[in-house]
Design a binder for this molecule. Structure first.
Ligand code: DQA
Length: 150
């Protein structure tokens, strides 16, 4: 059996991880985050594709692609979480499990970060756990996919 594909999408400014507000987002880079995801996925018998974009339309295109190709989706929509009805709409069409991840605890931060449009379209949400949030999202997806198989 081929390993189910999980898409990991990171939104705007996450290419700056490591140098961007390290007190909030940590010192690890996007490369390191994607390596952690790849290693975790391998251990769980999942295949993975990680992408990052600073553009809303590109992220929406990838979400639409996931509909045809992926078994599950992890997304950190970054700033678009709080603004993008279009991204929420794209995610709402998906029939695969979606986990929304934020590195920081958005509920401890400015009020404008407390609401995420994307959460309405997510199966689950993880925030405030840094890179570990992505690892936990992969474990959750692996459990959900196993349950679906039974
Ligand atoms: C973020 C939180 C968002 O509010 C912010 O705009 C980001 C990153 C996080 O991972 O904590 O860019 O999604």
């Amino acid at each position: 059996m081929t390993a189910p594909l999980i898409m990991v999408l990171n939104g705007p400014n996450l290419n700056m991880l490591g140098t961007r507000e390290p007190a909030i987002y940590g010192t690890g880079t996007l490369d390191e985050l994607e390596t952690l995801c790849a290693e975790t996925a391998e251990g769980l018998g999942l295949s993975i594709e990680c992408r990052q974009s600073n553009m809303e339309g590109e992220l929406i295109g990838w979400v639409q692609e996931a509909r045809a190709h992926a078994a599950g989706l992890i997304i950190n929509p970054a700033g678009y979480s709080h603004t993008s009805i279009a991204l929420m709409d794209a995610l709402s069409v998906l029939e695969i499990p979606v986990i929304e991840v934020h590195l920081s605890n958005i509920h401890r931060r400015e009020a404008f970060r407390h609401h995420s449009y994307v959460s309405r379209a997510a199966t689950g949400v993880i925030c405030g756990l840094g890179f570990a949030g992505y690892r936990l999202a992969l474990i959750a997806l692996s459990d959900i996919l196993e349950e679906e198989e039974q």
